[in-house]
Write a protein that binds this ligand. Structure first.
Ligand code: GLU
Length: 470
């Protein structure tokens, strides 16, 4: 029987959930779901000076928004210091780790000297064979790395990567202030949490041989590793704020759909033939490391925007109605708690889906459906609300007042009759009406707009346009 898959996302809460972290979380999540495994969230907050509760909340909020639900956790490393210390004691007792009394000043001096003389700045092993403790000094604990030979990392994405052991430092696993360090806690936790696959960014590849030796020293089997390719900006440097928003929740603010962002994130490294748009179910079904590339992925905000527009086009209007609500409130188009007729709102959204790339764009178009009055764009007003259109608008007002059903069909009839009577083209009437209805010159088809605006408001708006012309 094969072992049940257990994976973890292990962020350090020193910032918001960003694009890179979210991609790591997503690949873990998909691998777990694909294999009916367990997805664990572990907060690596041992660096107390940089970790905050607010960032922990922000990371959890980001994952929740993306729908990356974990099955266990969140665990916090700061709750587990006793566990780490027990493992440290065990390694010291077994001679796999040792007390180190070198002060940080001494270490810094030696490091500088090594650099100046062209040597590798690595701990020189001075305390490795100390027989007696130094009285009155609180030591750090270092792990004994092998001094020669090679360590092979078998990576599911990178293949076999070879490291020379003489490059590996006798790393500190417990600082003199009693706090354990990353490479050690990560191994202890991965062992305790029975992690089968370590899936993380490839900035951790160089840590992996060190961790492998710690597994071996503790006598535990080594999990499988999958190091995900880097994410670069358009200029091929590591993705950073210079390339645009990198925090996941910034994409919420900008009106992206979580599924669109998930779809975009998965393509940062993973592919499945030429397919670009995937449902969550498809992602879970198709995900495997075989289709994760080694090459760095380039973050392309335009493509993300395109994907978002695709998700808006294909989302059910009921869902968009829910998603757009906070933006309608934010843009002060509706008041908090204000009730809009659901069916009507969905119809309105139907007319705008194809024209909105983000939720704020959708909200801002909905403004002319929802608002009591529209404000004219000055240019549009100047161009279309003038003497020429006055008579047409007057005629339309009268004819519209007389129809009982404000349907596409009826509206079209009314328009046709006016066009014939006045010998003008559709656009001669439609554009002034569009300005009257929306304030601008771009909108869905004019009959659709009138239908959504409804008879009462439409007539008021035409009247106002006529008054504006004077
Ligand atoms: N806490 C590490 C980080 O945020 C991740 C460690 C790991 O996945 O092994 O980079």
């Amino acid at each position: 029987m094969t072992e049940k898959v257990r994976v973890r996302f292990a962020p350090s809460p020193t910032g918001h959930l960003h694009i890179g972290g979210a991609r790591t979380a997503l690949f873990n999540y998909l691998y777990a779901r694909h294999n009916n495994g367990t997805f664990i969230l572990r907060i690596e907050d041992t660096d107390r000076s940089r970790s905050t509760d607010a960032y922990i909340e922000a990371i959890i909020e980001g994952m929740k928004w993306l729908g990356l639900d974990c099955d266990e956790g969140p665990f916090r490393q700061t709750d587990r210091f006793d566990v780490y210390r027990n493992y440290v004691d065990r390694l010291v007792k077994e001679g796999r780790a040792y007390y180190c009394y070198c002060s940080s000043e001494e270490l810094e001096e030696r490091r500088k000297l090594a650099l100046a003389t062209g040597k590798m700045p690595k701990y020189d092993g001075r305390c490795r064979n100390l027989k007696e403790p130094v009285p009155g000094e609180i030591p750090a604990v270092r792990f004994k790395m092998p001094l020669e030979g090679q360590t092979l990392v078998d990576d599911l994405i990178r293949g076999t990567v070879v490291f020379e052991n003489k490059q590996l430092d006798d790393l500190i696993i417990l600082r003199s202030d009693g706090t354990p360090t990353y490479n050690f806690t990560v191994v202890v936790d991965d062992v305790d949490m029975k992690i089968t696959h370590v899936i993380r960014g490839d900035d951790h590849l160089n840590n992996t041989p060190k961790q492998i030796h710690i597994y071996k020293a503790l006598g535990y089997s080594i999990p499988k590793f999958a190091h995900l390719p880097m994410i670069l900006g358009s200029d091929k440097t590591r993705l950073s704020k210079r390339h645009g928003a990198t925090s996941v929740m910034a994409y919420y603010e900008m009106g992206y759909l979580p599924d669109a962002l998930v779809n975009y994130l998965v393509r940062l490294g993973w592919s499945y033939g030429d397919q670009e748009v995937f449902s969550r179910e498809e992602l879970i079904k198709y995900f495997s490391f075989e289709n994760v590339g080694k090459a760095a992925a380039v973050f392309n905000p335009e493509k993300l925007l395109w994907l978002n527009s695709q998700y808006i086009i294909h989302a059910p209007s009921e869902k968009l109605a829910e998603l757009v609500m906070p933006f309608l409130v934010r843009e002060k188009i509706v008041n908090e708690g204000q009730d809009l007729d659901k069916e009507w709102l969905c119809k309105a959204i139907d007319t705008l889906k194809e024209r909105s790339k983000t939720l704020p764009e959708l909200a801002s178009s909905l403004r002319y459906y929802i608002a009591e009055e529209v404000e004219y764009d000055e240019k549009a007003k100047g161009k279309f609300l003038n003497e020429k259109s006055r008579d047409l608008l007057v005629a339309l007002k009268e004819d519209l007042a007389s129809i009982s059903e404000f349907s596409h069909q009826e509206l079209e009839k009314v328009f046709k009759a006016i066009l014939e009577r006045h010998s003008v083209k559709l656009k001669d009437l439609a554009q002034p009406v569009r300005v009257a209805m929306t304030g601008g010159t771009e909108s869905p088809g004019i009959f659709e707009v009138l239908e959504i605006v409804g008879k009462e408001k439409a007539l008021k708006r035409i009247e106002k346009a006529i008054r504006t012309i004077g």
